[in-house]
Design a protein around this ligand. Structure first.
Ligand SMILES: Nc1ncnc2c1ncn2[C@@H]1O[C@H](COP(=O)(O)OP(=O)(O)OP(=O)(O)O)[C@@H](O)[C@H]1O
Length: 806
């Protein structure tokens, strides 16, 4: 490429009128000495550097510069272009100029129609100022020109290649690199010319250009340019990256914006637009109304903010919506007045329950402590007893007596901690655990909360529910109970928790320790009759839609239901059966078959069907080999029969009826005891060799275990061998030792009540259980005869018809 071509590139855009240099020559008179040959007229430049071989148009504005340029044109001499140190200097002195500049030939001088002066200059070579000469109206300086060397070294050639690559790289980063420049860089072979061209076009800062101009050594010059270009490449890359990123986010935002606008338009068409905004407002108001703690409100508002920017058809929208519903509907600051009035509480407890004097007393004591020390850590009550003995109904009474709401949650079969503490919101279909669910149902934050079936808590692989419960019940921790779903703390410290269980021992130890246990035992027949007369009849009449005038039930009828149709410690089935009787009457009245009806005991089989529980003691024990034992079960006490039969054989013992290991051993011990005492018992020893003995305990499908049937086994075996019948109104319990001693057993109270219920008149108990006598309800005590056993022989004396001769 020739310099001429470059001139064309750069001159193409310059517009203006040309003045002939001769005219200028004539106008300016010579009042100063001619400029010597080794000196140059200096034109100062602001922020511009002209490199040798480059052509550039310059605007000449200052008077002194115009005079200088005009003198140069007139004398047909080149000018020296020097950059000012500072742009702001209007009339720069020699000290205000850089010492290195470019000798430039003026190619054209133009005065534009607006009066501005322009020159088109071509750089010739570098120069260094030696001294400024005085006596001129413009700057004149003696200079030293710098001639570029003709030949270049290998080092320089290598640098030229890198320089070209780097320059092209820089150009490639720009959107539209000028083709002429790209071609020029590719084709120029002279290192100084290439370096100056690149510096001129690709280095933008004037001070950097000046620095390059001042580097006379070509190698140093190229290195400097490379350094600056490298920096530029990095900056350009970074800037492109930033650009791309911002473009991307802009693109995304624009897309979202457009979609949102479209959605709004669609909603408007469907008339739903108002709803969305109204819904958000409604939730906002609900948040305010819920009077949440600060942390919770902050969380709720944050979620509401997210909801606002979400299409309401999206799955996440409904998830957040449900979450906010939970937050707003929880009773953060709704509480019942909950004032405890002990006199009123006593009245209410008495009104709702028959008997249970000791239990009512303990409940009142508990309430009194809570009244006097409301913020103290009162223990948690736990009612333990068989089903239907009034645990739930006592809980309801406590709620009524303290003016609180009543709620209950069953823990039976809870294996997963999440059932108590909820699932995290990240799970699909997640919900709070049953503690928070029940609190929402209660609608107040200080209800009486009954935790049912604490003895049936499971423990699975997904966390231990009892440890979550511990946190719920611990007054130290429950003020900040954190449900996984809510993920904010709810204060449970005002809740009055009451646990219930059938079996005390099955409640996990740490939970049991935290509670104050109140045990409820079963009711006697008489107590059941009273409960039925006072409460159940009235309640069932109402729920059947009958009035007392329409239907009456006699005491005998109730007794029949208690004795022949229910065998339970509590009143659950009794109430159900009374309900069945009344529904039957209601049907007859509704069919207009009768107007009113009085139910007596003889009507009961017609309504409830044949007796469900025979008083089968008499029937079963009418043959030798059967003794009546007493058993304890989680649902109260019960009677059980031990049946022993002698068969021809050779002394084998057969045991059936799903007996556990301990019970089997007890049977073996009983047999050994009978054999060892054969003589005293009047039995022929041969009898044992000639016969097998089969011991069976019905009901065969229910597993049975424990040592307490020892006495009954012994008695049954004796009866089988001696063929003497055991009295049918005698029941017994007690463990035996091989020496014939009767050892104490547990569950005396329940067993005795069950015996009374079953129509037994004499109960034989281990003598060492006499300490439990006080626990037995008085009515039952009065109803039964007690025989205290020291040794097994004592049992035979009272239990077997025709006492053995001892
Ligand atoms: N002492 C009592 N006085 C009046 N009614 C009673 C008494 N005991 C029990 N009841 C009544 O017997 C029925 C069953 O009682 P409740 O439901 O309270 O038993 P529960 O011990 O909670 O049983 P579960 O362990 O099965 O929950 C209720 O209708 C209750 O009112």
């Amino acid at each position: 490429m020739q310099i001429k071509d470059l001139k064309n590139i750069l001159l193409g855009s310059t517009a203006g009128t040309e003045e002939s240099s001769s005219e200028i020559k004539q106008e300016a008179p010579l009042q100063y000495p001619p400029v010597p040959n080794d000196a140059l007229i200096i034109v100062p430049m602001r922020g511009t550097v002209l490199f040798p071989q480059n052509v550039s148009p310059l605007v000449i504005g200052r008077k002194l510069s115009i005079a200088a340029v005009q003198e140069a044109v007139r004398s047909e001499k080149p000018i020296g272009l020097l950059m000012q140190l500072r742009d702001k200097d209007e009339e720069p002195n020699p000290d205000d100029l850089y010492p290195v500049g470019t000798v430039a030939e003026i190619l054209r001088y133009i005065t534009a129609p607006d009066g501005t002066h322009h020159v088109v200059c071509q750089g010739m070579q570098r120069f260094r100022v030696q001294a400024f000469l005085p006596g001129y109206p413009f700057l004149v300086a003696r200079i030293e020109r710098y001639e570029e060397p003709e030949l270049s070294s290998k080092d320089v050639e290598a640098r030229v290649i890198t320089l070209k690559q780097k320059a092209l790289e820089v150009l490639a980063q720009s959107k539209q690199p000028p083709d002429e420049l790209v071609n020029a860089i590719r084709s120029i072979g002279s290192p100084p010319m290439l370096a100056d061209l690149i510096a001129s076009y690709l280095i933008s800062k004037a001070t950097e250009k000046q620095e390059i101009l001042a580097l006379f050594d070509i190698q140093e010059r190229i290195d400097k340019i490379l350094e600056l270009l490298n920096y530029q490449v990095e900056v350009l890359k970074l800037s492109n990256k930033i650009n791309e990123q911002t473009q991307e986010t802009m693109g995304q935002r624009q897309r979202e914006f457009v979609l949102r606008e479209q959605m709004k338009a669609i909603q408007k068409e469907l008339g739903e637009e108002e709803g969305g905004a109204a819904e958000i407002e409604e939730i906002g108001n609900a948040i305010t109304a819920a009077k949440m703690p600060e942390e919770v409100e902050k969380q709720a508002r944050k979620e509401l903010g997210r909801l606002q920017h979400m299409p309401d058809a999206s799955g996440e929208y409904s998830m957040i919506r449900t979450y906010l519903d939970w937050l707003t509907e929880l009773p953060w600051s709704v509480a019942s007045a909950g004032v405890i009035d002990i006199t009123k509480a006593r009245e209410i407890l008495n009104e709702d329950h028959y008997g249970l004097e000791k239990i009512k007393q303990r409940i009142l004591e508990f309430l009194a402590v809570r009244k006097l020390n409301p913020n103290g850590k009162s223990p948690i009550l736990c009612f333990v007893g068989p089903p239907g003995v009034g645990k739930t109904s006592l809980g309801r009474s406590i709620a009524r007596a303290t003016g609180r709401e009543f709620i209950r949650a069953s823990l039976g079969g809870t294996h997963d901690e999440a059932e108590i503490r909820g699932h995290r919101r990240t799970y699909i279909g997640a919900l709070p655990g049953n503690i928070i669910q029940s609190i929402r149902k209660a609608g107040t934050n200080n209800p009486v909360f009954m935790l049912d079936e604490m003895d049936k808590l499971g423990s699975g692989f997904q966390g231990d529910p009892s440890s979550a419960l511990l946190e719920v019940l611990d007054p130290e921790q429950n003020s900040t109970f954190r449900d996984n779903y809510l993920a904010v703390a709810f204060d449970l410290s005002h809740v009055m928790f009451i646990g219930t269980a059938n079996v005390l021992d099955s409640i996990p130890g740490p939970l049991r320790d935290r509670m104050e246990v109140i045990e409820l035992t079963g009711y006697t027949t008489d107590e059941k009759l009273q409960i039925a007369k006072r409460y159940l009849v009235q309640r069932q009449l109402e729920s059947s839609g009958l009035t007392p005038e329409q239907c009456a039930i006699t005491e005998n009828a109730i007794l029949t239901i208690i004795q022949d149709y229910t065998r339970e410690a509590g009143c659950r089935n009794l109430e159900r059966e009374i309900g069945s009787v009344f529904r039957h009457v209601a049907m007859r009245i509704a069919e207009s078959l009768v107007v009113n009806e009085q139910i007596d005991s003889e009507h009961i089989p017609g309504i409830l069907g044949p007796k469900k529980f025979d008083s089968d003691v008499a029937m079963r024990t009418s043959v030798p080999g059967v003794a009546t034992g007493l058993a304890w079960t989680p649902v109260g006490g019960d009677i059980l029969f031990i049946e022993a039969t002698r068969l021809p054989g050779n002394g084998k013992l057969i045991l059936t009826g799903q007996l556990g290991e301990v019970m089997k051993e007890s049977a073996q011990a009983a047999l050994s005891l009978v054999k060892s005492r054969a003589h005293e018992l009047g039995l022929q020893p041969e009898i044992f060799e000639k016969s097998d003995i089969h011991v069976h305990v019905p009901a065969g499908a229910i597993p049975k275990d424990g040592p307490s049937a020892g006495v009954a086994m012994f008695t049954a075996l004796y009866s089988a061998f001696s063929e003497k019948i055991v009295k049918n109104d005698v029941a017994m319990t007690g463990e035996i030792s091989l020496r014939g001693l009767v050892l104490p057993v547990g569950g005396i109270k329940e067993k005795v009540i069950a015996a009374a219920r079953a129509g037994i008149t004499t109960v034989m108990l281990p003598a060492r259980n006499q300490r439990d006598f006080e626990e037995i309800p008085e009515a039952v005590r009065n109803q039964l005869q007690f025989v205290w056993l020291e040794k097994v022989d004592d049992a035979l004396k009272s239990a077997v018809e025709n006492d053995p001769e001892t």
